[in-house]
Design a binder for this molecule. Structure first.
Ligand code: NAD
Length: 261
């Protein structure tokens, strides 16, 4: 029997990268999955992949910054599958730029996707977790940048630090309802989000793409290796299946030792 048999997981940004891998792994562990992503076609493709292996999933077109769309997607999931036991708030983007050139519009867009998205999905899912009386597990996709800064990433670092505050608050408010909240903090993972940054950083820093990988992204790891989507899905499974409030309000760095607490 899978570790998430009978559970329903609502995963944002699951049409691609880390969220997609978590959706596939959770489905193999028995969970029913709602893939909530801006990319409707990508969400449907991942849902079809899950169905093909005997799992149960729906793809939902959702902009996590839109209050109404988030409420509708959560309601649709509950109607289809009866409950939501796990929220993975994972949708995210990256914009790299020196702070003095960062447009206010890009700053607001970054905070909206990472923080408003986390708030709106949390609020909607917590309501359901309380109403069901079963509680649940909320997992935020933070980053090493929840703990550490890097140049050119002011709004990303700000937002990712903010997620730790949100998780700690939800852990305190949720405990009485058996709702847990934790943050996963990955190092660099080769997904479309990172692949886009490599040439951008090379241009901005005036170095080659190979140098960006070796001297910027992986320089401070213990072994010069990228973290993988599989590594992150394993940790998400650990948080999602943990049975008690002993593990709540925490943030765990998974980065090949780039950042050590
Ligand atoms: P990705 O680009 O592969 O996937 C991100 C997904 O989010 C995409 O499917 C995209 O359509 C979706 N998305 C973007 N904006 C959205 C919105 N407004 N509403 C709904 N969906 C939206 O990226 P990824 O690397 O898998 O990143 C996933 C999360 O992991 C992000 O929060 C990112 O900050 C975090 N993270 C990534 C890395 C890394 O190295 N890749 C490291 C640390 C943290």
């Amino acid at each position: 029997m899978g570790q998430l048999e009978g559970k329903v997981a609502f995963i944002t940004g699951a049409a691609s990268g880390i969220g997609r891998e978590i959706a596939l792994v959770f489905a193999l562990e028995g969970a029913t999955i709602a893939i909530a992503d801006l990319n409707q076609q990508g969400a449907s493709t991942v849902a079809a992949e899950i169905e093909k292996t005997g799992g149960n999933a729906i793809g939902l077109a959702v902009d996590v910054t839109n209050e109404e769309q988030v409420a509708t997607a959560v309601a649709t999931t509950v109607k289809a599958f009866g409950n939501i036991d796990i929220l993975i708030s994972n949708a995210g983007i990256q914009i790299v730029c020196p702070i003095e050139e960062f447009s206010f519009a890009d700053w607001k867009r970054m905070l909206a996707i990472h923080l408003d998205g986390a708030f709106l999905t949390t609020r909607a899912c917590v309501k359901q977790m309380v109403a069901s009386g079963k509680g649940g597990s909320i997992i935020y996709m933070g980053s090493v940048h929840s703990k550490e800064a890097s140049v050119l990433k002011a709004p990303y670092v700000t937002a990712k630090h903010g997620l730790i505050g949100l998780a700690k608050t939800v852990a305190k408010e949720g405990a009485q309802h058996n709702i847990r909240a934790n943050v996963i903090c990955p190092g660099f993972v080769r997904t479309p989000l990172v692949d886009k940054q490599i040439p951008e950083q090379a241009r901005t820093l005036g170095i080659s793409e190979a140098e960006v990988i070796r001297d910027v992204m992986l320089k401070r790891t213990v072994d010069g290796e990228f973290t993988t989507t599989t590594d992150i899905a394993r940790v998400a499974l650990m948080f999602a299946s943990f049975p008690t409030n002993a593990l709540t309000g925490q943030s765990l760095v998974v980065s090949h030792g780039w950042f050590m607490q």
